[in-house]
Structure formats: structure tokens, C-alpha cells
Design a binder for this molecule. Structure first.
Ligand code: NI
Length: 169
């Protein structure tokens, strides 16, 4: 199996626009399984294919992992149909933005559509953590990172921190 790694900011590939999946075949399922291993190994709540450098509209997430319990969800070609209300997502994080946690303004609820790994259509009405995870992961497919939603001050501080770290090697 191809070795995939999580891309981290400021990798420009994270800004790419993911393309719709038109065929769910063995290779695609292999990719999803690969992403799943990476997400759990990294203790992530969600992962978009673009985060491992694959420009395909695929997100996976598990908001119920606790004590080894797993409830993996796969959403292919996900799309937010509508958003409602406002909330603050507290201490949001991202595997592509290591060592950063910040409060992010998000919609309180979303209605999303997509298909599952068997090709069945899914409709999801979400609020709370699921709503935030869907917004965060679907943002990735559009090249958007959660730092794009925080204050310029906080964003610039993080950029400086990353720059320093890269210079140190
Ligand atoms: Ni993320």
C-alpha cells in the first residue's frame, strides 16, 4: 500500500481544490482504509483526502471514539446544502495545523449530502460537534483551513511560529 503522510501547513497542496469522485472502486476503498489508519494513528477526529495529498472529495470522521470504541463515517462528494445559526467552536484543531488550537466561528447546524463508501446517498442533519466536523472537513475540500476563520492577529502569530520552526529545521 502506498505510504501516505499528512501534509502540514504551509504546504501549498492543502490549498488545492478537490475533485468529485465518479467511481468507487477497490483503489478508492484502499485509499479510504489507508486514510482511516492514519486518522486513528494520529488521534484525529476527521481527515480529508487532500490532507494526504489526494485531491478527491472524500472525508472521514469519527466523533464517537472513546475507550477504543469506533464509529467511522465516510462521506464521498460531500456538500453542505444549508447552514443555520451561529456558534463558537472551542479549541478547534486540525492534523494539518499541529500545535494550534483556536476558537472558530461556525454555523450552529448544517444540512449536508454525500454518498457513503457503498455508493448509497446520505443526507445528514447535524448540530454540535458533528456540524463543526462537517464544516471543517468540507472546508478542506475547498482549500480552506480553519486558520482562515480566526483573527488575523492569531493567524499571523501562528505563521511566525511555523516559520521559526522551519528555519530551525
Ligand atoms: Ni483539518
Amino acid at each position: 500500500m502506498e505510504q501516505l503522510n499528512i501534509l502540514t501547513y504551509p504546504d501549498k497542496n492543502l490549498r488545492g481544490l478537490s475533485k468529485p469522485v465518479d467511481n468507487i472502486d477497490g483503489a478508492l476503498i484502499g485509499l479510504i482504509n489507508n486514510m482511516t489508519s492514519i486518522m486513528y494513528a494520529s488521534s484525529g477526529v476527521g481527515l480529508a483526502a487532500i490532507q494526504v495529498g489526494i485531491e478527491k472529495k472524500i472525508i472521514i470522521y469519527d466523533i464517537e471514539q472513546e475507550n477504543g470504541k469506533r464509529a467511522l463515517q465516510t462521506l464521498i462528494n460531500p456538500k453542505i446544502i444549508s447552514m443555520d445559526g451561529k456558534t463558537i467552536s472551542e479549541n478547534e484543531g486540525c492534523l494539518s495545523l499541529p500545535d494550534l488550537r483556536a476558537n472558530v466561528k461556525r454555523a450552529a447546524s448544517v444540512f449536508a449530502k454525500g454518498i457513503d463508501r457503498d455508493g448509497n446517498p446520505l443526507e445528514i442533519e447535524a448540530e454540535g460537534l458533528l456540524s463543526i466536523v462537517l464544516q471543517h472537513e468540507i472546508d478542506h475540500l475547498n482549500g480552506v483551513l480553519f486558520i482562515d476563520h480566526i483573527s488575523a492577529l492569531k493567524r499571523n502569530l501562528y505563521k511566525k511560529r511555523v516559520k521559526k520552526k522551519l528555519q530551525k529545521g
